[in-house]
Design a protein around this ligand. Structure first.
Ligand SMILES: NC(=O)c1ccc[n+]([C@@H]2O[C@H](COP(=O)([O-])OP(=O)(O)OC[C@H]3O[C@@H](n4cnc5c(N)ncnc54)[C@H](OP(=O)(O)O)[C@@H]3O)[C@@H](O)[C@H]2O)c1
Length: 312
């Protein structure tokens, strides 16, 4: 038997995730703040809700995938603008937040929903836009194990690896570990590309050679080729990455754990944000290293620009 899923937040990640739920045979009642993505999903077979509360009222399982902690609070708890999912959700339902937010805010939200006899899971994801489209996300879950088993068929439509990480907030904590590893891989890729360019070797050839070896990473395979063709369109936006690094650095500060490399990348991304905006893809980290080195990857082999750079 398939569930009716209330889906809140149809951004880069949420829209393809909701489509995969439809393809798996679930009924989807969706809500998005701006109308465009909602209309597009309705054409694919979803029902449109009038508010997060309306989506929740018509669903067995409620999924949110919005931006930051305050945004999750806005759609789940509601506010002056509109009622939140908590105002409509049925007792016995399961709420799954798939955004990347603070573990502490997550635990507070779980307690609020528990008062309504509603289980709350933090089910953060990794795998990027491509993983969301392909339904191959890695899903890191915190919260009650029985609630996870209840919604596993829903999550299975979105991702291949579903890991129960521990109690409420544990999924968010593991996601922050993921982000620490991701940004350091991104920095490694950026430095390798700039060094290669300055050395006069074709960066595309370098990527082909090393992606299959010990240096291989998701960043290198998926984002490296985009840098070579100067494609800085977002799968994952720099502004969102910075939000996650802030969460990681705050949590590390509380734990008295130094994260020297992560802090460095956070600063380099600040330079990228200032020069190119928060909506470029995270592969734009290379632009900070390029500026330091006076080299543009994809330019002439000696490192000078060939004029193909785009701001996007
Ligand atoms: N993109 C990735 O590769 C990736 C990977 C893993 C995890 N994530 C995480 O997944 C979440 C979503 O990322 P995304 O890339 O899909 O972001 P996105 O494309 O910027 O979409 C954000 C979505 O949240 C909605 N939203 C934001 N603030 C809201 C508010 N206050 N009230 C109501 N709706 C609000 C937006 O609505 P509008 O359409 O009205 O703006 C939009 O639907 C983030 O927490 C991100 O860190 C992203």
């Amino acid at each position: 038997m398939t569930d009716t899923v209330g889906f809140i937040g149809l951004g880069i990640m949420g829209a393809p995730m909701a489509r995969n739920l439809l393809s798996a045979g679930h009924r989807v009642v969706a809500w998005n703040r701006s109308p465009g993505p909602l209309e597009a999903l309705a054409e694919a077979g979803a029902d449109a809700a009038e508010s997060p509360a309306d989506a929740a009222a018509r669903a067995d399982v409620v999924i949110s995938c919005v931006t930051a902690s305050a945004d999750v609070e806005a759609v789940l708890l509601g506010g002056d603008e509109r009622p939140g999912a908590i105002d409509g959700v049925r007792a016995g339902a399961v709420v799954i937040d798939m955004s990347t937010i603070s573990p502490a805010v997550t635990r507070t939200l779980a307690a609020r929903f528990a008062e309504r006899d509603v289980a709350y899971l933090d089910a953060t994801v990794s795998g990027g836009e491509q993983g969301a489209i392909a339904g191959t996300l890695s899903i890191m879950v915190g919260g009650p194990a029985d609630a996870l088993e209840r919604v596993r068929p829903v999550l299975a439509a979105l991702g291949g690896r579903i890991t129960h990480c521990g109690p409420s907030g544990a999924g968010q904590t593991v996601k922050l570990c993921n982000q620490i590893a991701v940004v350091l891989n991104n920095l490694a890729m950026a430095e390798a590309l700039v060094f290669c360019q300055r050395s006069g070797v074709d960066p595309a050839v370098m990527l082909e050679a090393i992606t299959a070896g010990a240096a291989g990473s998701w960043q290198l395979s998926n984002l490296g080729p985009r840098v070579v063709v100067r494609d800085f369109a977002p799968g994952f936006k720099v502004g969102l990455q910075q939000k996650d690094l802030r969460l990681a650095l705050e949590a590390a500060d509380e734990l008295r754990v130094p994260l020297a490399g992560t802090a460095l990348v956070h600063q380099l991304f600040a330079a990228v944000e200032r020069a190119h905006g928060a909506d470029v893809g995270t592969q734009a980290l290379v632009r900070a290293i390029e500026t330091l080195a006076g080299v543009e990857v994809g330019g002439r082999p000696n490192g000078t620009s060939n004029g193909t750079s785009s701001g996007g």
